[in-house]
Design a protein around this ligand. Structure first.
Ligand SMILES: [Cu+2]
Length: 252
């Protein structure tokens, strides 16, 4: 038995090291907003914490498939009765990991976003630019009340934002529940009929859908037949380019 345990531990360590190497690669899509980097860090942390658990299961089960398979002519083995301490240790370790991530980065991260005076995340306060977002089956429209323009299915079909400006999205839906998600910003909020929800972000790099597909508005709540097509490109531009775009939209 000791030989088997040594083998499993060796496989476990090798798989974990290989997995850790993969996790050090930069596999993130465009990171386009303030705090988006924090979300990358949180994702990586969770992946690192989950890695040894996953590789332990893979090593144990995978090894057992081969080492303890039935040889030809062999009958089923005797029933196996668990040792009490094994499930207890397993539960204790995985529960400790789960409770840890709920507190950090879960609650601490939420507190950091909500403590920001600009009402980051899901706040209602201060912004340089307001965009009223309406989700409907199956597209989006964007109204810029300060600029007096609207981008809809006929006009524009893209979300244009100035870089280095705090943007407050006021999100609504006309029919069912959608979810307003911009992957490059790592932010998402439900679009609920009859209720306004808020999402505040500050784009920190210019970019467009052509550079990276993470620059898009994507519905992230299954909402019917054409849910998958409910996306529009996002373009983050310099302030002057944004003003020029506003004038161009007004002229239409
Ligand atoms: Cu939708």
């Amino acid at each position: 038995m000791a030989r088997h345990i040594v083998n499993i531990v060796v496989i476990w360590v090798i798989l974990t090291v290989l997995g850790a190497l993969v996790l050090t690669l930069n596999f993130f899509p465009a990171t386009g907003a303030e705090f988006a980097k924090d979300f990358n860090g949180i994702f990586r942390l969770l992946a690192f914490m989950g890695l040894p658990v996953v590789t332990f299961v893979f090593a144990w089960v995978g090894y057992s498939f081969f080492a303890f398979r039935a040889r030809s002519g062999e009958d089923e083995g005797p029933a196996f009765w668990g040792r009490n301490w094994v499930p207890i240790v397993w539960l204790a370790v995985t529960a400790a990991l789960a409770i840890t991530v709920m507190i950090y980065p879960g609650l601490t991260g939420l507190a950091k976003l909500q403590a920001d005076p600009r009402g980051y995340g899901w706040g209602e306060t201060g912004a340089d630019l307001v965009v009223k977002v309406t989700g409907f089956r199956w597209s989006w429209s964007f109204e810029y009340p300060q600029q007096g323009i609207t981008v809809n299915a006929v006009q524009g079909r893209e979300l244009v934002l100035p870089v280095d400006a705090t943007v407050r999205f006021e999100v609504n839906s006309t029919d069912v529940v959608h979810s307003f998600w911009i992957p490059a910003f790592r932010m998402k909020i439900d679009a609920i009929p009859g209720r306004t929800t808020y999402m505040v972000v500050r784009p920190v790099v210019t970019g467009s859908f052509d550079d990276d597909q993470a620059f898009r508005v994507q519905c992230a709540e299954l909402c019917g037949l054409d849910h998958a097509k409910m996306w529009l490109p996002v373009r983050v531009v310099e302030r002057e380019e944004f003003e020029a775009w506003v004038q161009q939209m007004k002229a239409q």
